[in-house]
Design a protein around this ligand. Sequence first.
Ligand SMILES: C[S@@+](CC[C@H](N)C(=O)[O-])C[C@H]1O[C@@H](n2cnc3c(N)ncnc32)[C@H](O)[C@@H]1O
Length: 369
Amino acid sequence: MSHFPLSEIDPSWLAMLKSRLRDYDFQEEAMASRLDIPNIYTLKLLDIPLYLHRLRELSPENILIRLFFLEDELEAKAIEQVFTPPELEILQKINLLQINEATQRIKSQVKIYPYQGYYFASDVQFFPEEKVKDAELVYYIGSDSIDLASSTVRREVYSTLDLCTGTGIQAILAAKHSQKVTGVDINPRAVNFARFNALLNQVDNVSFVGGYLYEPVGDERFDLILANPPFVPSPYEGEDEVFYRDGGKKGLDILGEIAAGLPHHLKEEGYCQIITLFARTSDHSQEEFLKYWLNNGPYQTSLLLLDTYSIYQIASSNTFTLALEKDYHTYKKEITRWIESFVNQGIEAIDYTLINVLPGHAFSFTRWK
Ligand SMILES: C[S@@+](CC[C@H](N)C(=O)[O-])C[C@H]1O[C@@H](n2cnc3c(N)ncnc32)[C@H](O)[C@@H]1O
């Protein structure tokens, strides 16, 4: 289900929204300082009431953070400090804001993240609308998104492919140093959000297409291939899978397909960068996995280790909200299911890594700590 009525949007409406965000300091350092947190990409659900208390004074700056970042509802009167009534109508028309009929308060239908002068709309993170299926939620900007964005080698290139584009953040950032960029996502809702974000950031050398990994690009080759795939090892299969999160039982399904496609889609002088969880399993080493996916081809692969998590940490971080949304017993059953699935898959620990792949003379593998 798409969300933004893209063909009805007048660019001046987005310019208005952007200038208001800029005027009232909606940017990462200022927001972190108001919220008194080290960085805005690791917001904690249980701390939302604390953040709201810190931002209790309804200044224009705090209103924007409460509305577009903390998923709060506010009275129209308060929001009119930032947007005039006709502007509020426009923001409702483009599905950015919505009136809660029960409370008559206004809430945002999306979350907005600032990053280095850009703005990215995603689905709301903590309290999504029930009518959007969990499976189709558009991934927020997480620390993985930012880690890939800040590690991307920003060399001038002709063409970039962003696989698993989500909000389009990697594609839109790559537009600055690429002649043309293609972003692909399997989730039609993500394609709609990514197109909206390109309009919002006035970037016109990016095209977003729906489809499965390389399928929409035929046999085209690229100078730069970026990916932040669904990488969580998860017991969910089929209909229950969450597009943005689940990467099969070991978490390696999509990663393996991306690596296996590189010989067909990377130019000779090209390079690929992938941010991902990479399970350590009892059957094969990470080097063996990469070698197998790349068919022992002439590629220099390197794996930069950013962090390591235990199976318990990954099981807990993906299930703890059930204790709030449902009840303790549902949470206990589900976390146990995750842990047992990890054990059955021979997963010993889970590394958080940045993988780099460059064509070379023979297969090589380097692990950087
Ligand atoms: C972790 S999110 C990353 C979003 C964004 N690139 C970022 O860095 O924030 C993964 C995205 O992959 C998409 N996805 C999952 N499976 C896919 C597939 N087989 N082909 C294309 N996209 C896929 C999901 O819909 C989701 O938007």
